[in-house]
Ligand binder design. Structure first.
Ligand SMILES: [Zn+2]
Length: 64
């Protein structure tokens, strides 16, 4: 995959794409990295990391 953050143009990890799809828009074709997503939600990156962890533990199919 060659997906980059729409704001800072960082190369995205699979988890960053998955959490974006999960939290923002299931049909998105453009994504944000975790730091930019945290800004977007006005929350800490910690919150997003913990959401990723929860979703993985629940066996969410968006996460590898
Ligand atoms: Zn970014």
């Amino acid at each position: 995959m060659g997906d980059y953050c729409q704001i800072c143009h960082k190369k995205l990890e699979r988890d960053e794409i998955a959490i974006y799809l999960k939290l923002v828009n299931r049909g998105a074709k453009e994504y944000l990295c975790i730091p930019c997503l945290a800004d977007y939600f006005k929350c800490s990156q910690e919150v997003i990391h913990s959401r990723i962890k929860d979703l993985k533990e629940m066996g969410c199919t968006l996460f590898g």
